[in-house]
Design a protein around this ligand. Sequence first.
Ligand SMILES: [Zn+2]
Length: 445
Amino acid sequence: MFQAALRPYWDAAAETRAPAEQRRLRLEGTRRLLDWVTERSPFYRERFRKAGVDLRGIRTLEDFAAAVPLTAKQELRDAMERMGTALPHLCVPREQIVLAGPSAGTSGRQTYQAFTAEDLDVNTGITARLHWCCGLRPGDVFHLLITPFTPAAEIFKLAAQRMGVHWVIRDDHEPNHVPRYVDVAHSLQPTFLQAGVATLRAMVQHAAATFGNKRMAYRKAILMGAALGAEARAEFREESGIDVYTLSGQGSDFNLFGTQCDRHDGEHWHADDLTLVELIDPNTGMPAQEGELGELVITDFYRRATPHVRWRTEDMYRMHPGPCACGRTTRRYTLLDRLANRVTVGRVSVYPFQVEESLSRSDAGRNLEFSLVRRPGAARTLEVRLLRPSTLIAETAGEIERSIAAHLSKELGVPVQAGFHDRLRYVGYKTLRVVDEKDAPVSAY
Ligand SMILES: [Zn+2]
């Protein structure tokens, strides 16, 4: 076994390149991909022809952004219908596919991605960078909770094994299987967890109720699926002894993710030399100005089977300025929210990440799962549903609800009504952060 302590990065050459060199690789890779898809893909050829793209005129990344049209997921779905195939963006013969699978997506028609052997090898390497960055090391016992039918389930396991983590305990990722996950944690003592934020919260609650202790054997965890405030992260460390790192990104079409490093200053985009990410103004499609929020757009130019050219993710991100103290030069982003998750109260737009961050700053609300309720028409009050913790004493619930509502209201600048619920709705392993209710509120706020 190599000396893990002496290896600060999984792939030092790739993760600490000078920014100008990263940029050169992105330009080169993007131009190579344009040639590849134009030659191989009727789907892209048709799109480029309609947009009048002249490949010879693309000399810079700015030229690329100005000339090449954005692609929305709906356009892939339309092409699936029109071309009668689940993989209209496939650029290789089917015999070259070694892995393919559906997204775990829950809205609209299921889409698919495919990998050649080379795609899989590169994506496994990117994922190993990610795992190493979050502190997974040879000798760890890795508890991986993940939707089993997705390519991600295979690739996260392969990446861990590539770095010398031999014991991977893989399980599905369902809210109602939390008791089993906790039992496995107590019985087999895995030391590293990858799971959703809501799942770890439920596991900690369940461990406390069942074993009288919020501690399991995990020393670190990668948490997926939601934002996490700094205070909520500190609480996991203090109460459960777990250092947590958030992960966000694009599993369903790309299997590409960003994660925090031990500095927790944004999430490193680990594939900065193998993909091109842009932030755009979602209304105009123009590049977002430095320091502004923007919709993440991905060109995964390392891919050969089902590559994506300027693919809109519908997720809003903020880029972090300057280099990270960890020494990685890969760019850092924070996922703010899906565009569709905006809830309007009066004239104010509220996103779930703001509620998460604000709850993190309140003693009573920290690490509570929640949903926001959106109803037709103009709302004057933000309705927040909180998942009732198993330790909550009934007599004090009303008082806690009022104190959380007052805290949120003060920080968000809108009237808030907060209430505990025994169940919240889930999509997959994630709590549905915005619930659309057709009915008017029961009480007149
Ligand atoms: Zn860093």
